[in-house]
Design a protein around this ligand. Structure first.
Ligand code: GTP
Ligand code: MG
Length: 221
């Protein structure tokens, strides 16, 4: 599949304490690799990946992989506003990282209001559960997710468990938000971009139809 041409671009942000495995999730999703030793992120790293949300509708995903360390907060804050979605990540073997999730959530929401960001709560390092390393139960994580009005998923960058699924879910949520009109494209906001008509490259009749319909219904004017 030729992913050079895309209909939408979504900007997503990765948030959570240092060492919860945000960069490892990015590497597993975009390159299908895992490393036991990863450099801590300095400021923000940038990743790109493409997904098809329905036949013929391709989305370019841009990720801001932020540093969890407090000293980079002034840098990472500048990326909140132009994000349409994000993962709130904690390490299920690290209780503190779970206790800080609400702070991460408030930190972002307070700064982007009245804009809203689609979040998914992510319990990372699920592979450690089998080794007795779990410090946060699924029930309490689900309770927090419910309180925040988001979904919860347990994943492992090490084994790949649920990694593709969590990014697909976030992408679908945003796409469905556009389709339903709950998420609106606004001038001067880069959370979502829509391809200019000349960059849409129809590959077959059904794609042509989908693209036209998509543009008329919900794309940039
Ligand atoms: P900052 O960049 O400092 O914010 O950290 P980060 O959240 O990006 O964490 P990073 O991806 O650098 O991972 C930290 C450590 O956790 C590394 O040693 C990884 O190998 C390890 N790690 C990441 N994901 C997993 C996982 O799914 N399972 C296990 N067991 N270890 C993991
Ligand atoms: Mg990192």
């Amino acid at each position: 599949m030729d992913f050079t041409f895309w209909q939408y671009q979504f900007r997503f942000i990765m948030l959570g304490d240092s060492t919860v495995g945000k960069s490892s999730l990015m590497k597993r999703f975009t390159e299908d690799v895992f490393m036991e030793s990863v450099n801590q992120t300095v400021g923000v790293d940038f990743y790109v990946h493409f997904l098809e949300v329905e036949p013929g509708v391709r989305v370019k995903l841009q990720f801001w992989d932020t540093a969890g360390q407090e000293r980079f907060r002034s840098v990472t804050r500048s990326y909140y506003h132009n994000s349409v979605g994000g993962l709130l990540v904690f390490d299920m073997s690290n209780r503190d990282s779970f206790d800080h999730v609400k702070e991460w959530y408030d930190e972002v929401c307070d700064r982007v209001e009245p804009q809203r960001i689609q979040f998914i709560l992510v319990g990372q390092k699920s592979d450690l559960d089998a080794q007795g390393g779990r410090a946060v139960t699924q029930e309490e994580a689900e309770k927090l997710a419910e309180k925040l009005g988001v979904s919860y998923m347990e994943v492992s960058a090490k084994t790949g468990h649920n990694v593709k699924e969590v990014f697909e879910l976030l992408t679908q949520r945003v796409y469905q938000g556009i389709v339903s009109g709950d998420i609106v494209l606004r001038e001067g906001w880069d959370g979502i971009k829509c391809a200019a008509p000349q960059t849409l490259k129809p590959q077959n009749t059904s794609l042509t139809k989908t693209s036209t319909k998509t543009k008329t219904k919900k794309c940039c004017n």
